[in-house]
Design a protein around this ligand. Structure first.
Ligand SMILES: NC(=O)c1ccc[n+]([C@@H]2O[C@H](COP(=O)([O-])OP(=O)(O)OC[C@H]3O[C@@H](n4cnc5c(N)ncnc54)[C@H](O)[C@@H]3O)[C@@H](O)[C@H]2O)c1
Length: 318
């Protein structure tokens, strides 16, 4: 059995990774999550509830900012892998609370890197974000493009997390892989993210806030594809620090996205047009050549199929 610690394992992406590993077998999965109220913590409890009582699953209600609480998680368990996904996520809320974002996403990451170093953890997978590219004009975004102009506190904290991972590899040989996720969606998606929020409002017949003229573009990534990439990163031979983009390498405009949701929900959206928001980038577009080559990453779900599956989940969920 291999031991893995999944931080943020009760969240959207984390809970999918946990499910994948438990389904695979051969893993003892420990989750650290603080169940904060960034969105309804009951949803997070529900994400991990099916695993309660399993021999190969442990849940720690702990805050990654709390070093002593993390030390207790490491007591008695030698982790082979840490998949570090806990974070304050979301660009817009980070403008209101930059200190909280920095304490969690930088301070918390540093705590985990320190523990990984002290306990000689074999592999550290860091959940980073496409937001580190800022307003990069060159598309698609490649891993060696400069990421020195983040335009939100959230993006800056993710870039800082990557830099710390690099340092720990360089100084102490910690095997680190940073994954830049491009807007992830699918079952259990965070309720604050556009696809989920729009689906909820459209189905209630309420107006949806659309920032800008609908031409902003995103590379939306279906969660199963992200998990396939993350799973490959866990086993990747990271003798040198590596960063990988995980996206679909296809972009969709906001207007196209809304049209897809309207089609699957069978209702027309009422648009509440609003100005572009500070911190939001005009486009994201992943070059995934490197992930294809080194991780065998090969995304399978295009946006039309992904939205169809998302809406199926959305209509079914309790
Ligand atoms: N969803 C996306 O589109 C996306 C895109 C790029 C990067 N990411 C990154 O992927 C990771 C997972 O994102 P998600 O969408 O699943 O978000 P999420 O909010 O659903 O999951 C994050 C989890 O971390 C936990 N957490 C937050 N602060 C914590 C703390 N101090 N201590 C312990 N646990 C804490 C939360 O309770 C939550 O369960 C994050 O690092 C996020 O920045 C997500």
């Amino acid at each position: 059995m291999r031991n893995i610690l999944v931080t943020g394992g009760a969240g959207f992406i984390g809970s999918h990774l946990v499910e994948r590993l438990l389904g695979e077998g051969g893993w003892r999965v420990s989750v650290v999550d603080d169940f904060n109220d960034f969105y309804d913590p009951a949803l997070k409890r529900r994400n991990v509830a099916p695993h309660a009582g399993r021999e190969d699953f442990r849940l720690y209600d702990a805050d990654i900012r709390d070093r002593a609480a993390l030390e207790r998680v490491f007591d008695g368990t030698k982790f082979d892998v840490i998949a570090h996904l806990a974070a304050r996520a979301g660009v817009r809320p980070s403008l209101a609370e930059p200190v909280l974002y920095a304490e969690t996403n930088i301070g918390g990451t540093l705590n985990l890197l320190e523990l990984a170093r002290a306990h000689q953890v074999g592999q550290f997978v860091f959940g980073s974000s496409s937001s580190v590219y800022g307003e990069n004009e060159k598309v698609p975004f490649a891993e060696d493009d400069p990421v020195v102009k983040p335009i939100s506190p959230y993006a800056a904290t993710k870039a800082a997390g990557e830099l710390l991972c690099y340092t720990y590899t360089h100084l102490w040989g910690l095997r680190c892989v940073a994954l830049r996720f491009f807007t992830v969606y699918g079952a259990r998606q965070r309720p604050d993210l556009a696809i989920h929020k729009f689906a909820r409002l459209i189905s209630e017949g309420k107006p949806i806030p659309v920032f800008g003229d609908g031409t902003t573009r995103r590379d939306y990534t279906y969660v199963d594809d992200i998990i396939a990439g993350a799973r490959a990163a866990i086993d990747y031979d990271a003798s040198a620090y590596e960063v990988f983009n995980l996206g679909e390498s296809r972009t969709v405009s906001l207007s196209e996205l809304i049209a897809l949701l309207e089609k699957e929900l069978g209702r027309e959206a009422v648009i509440d047009r609003q100005p572009l928001q500070p911190g939001d980038v005009p486009q994201t577009f992943a070059d995934i050549t490197k992930a294809r080559r080194l991780l065998g990453y090969n995304p399978q779900t295009d946006i039309a199929e992904g939205i169809r599956r998302f809406v199926e989940w959305f209509k079914d969920r309790g």
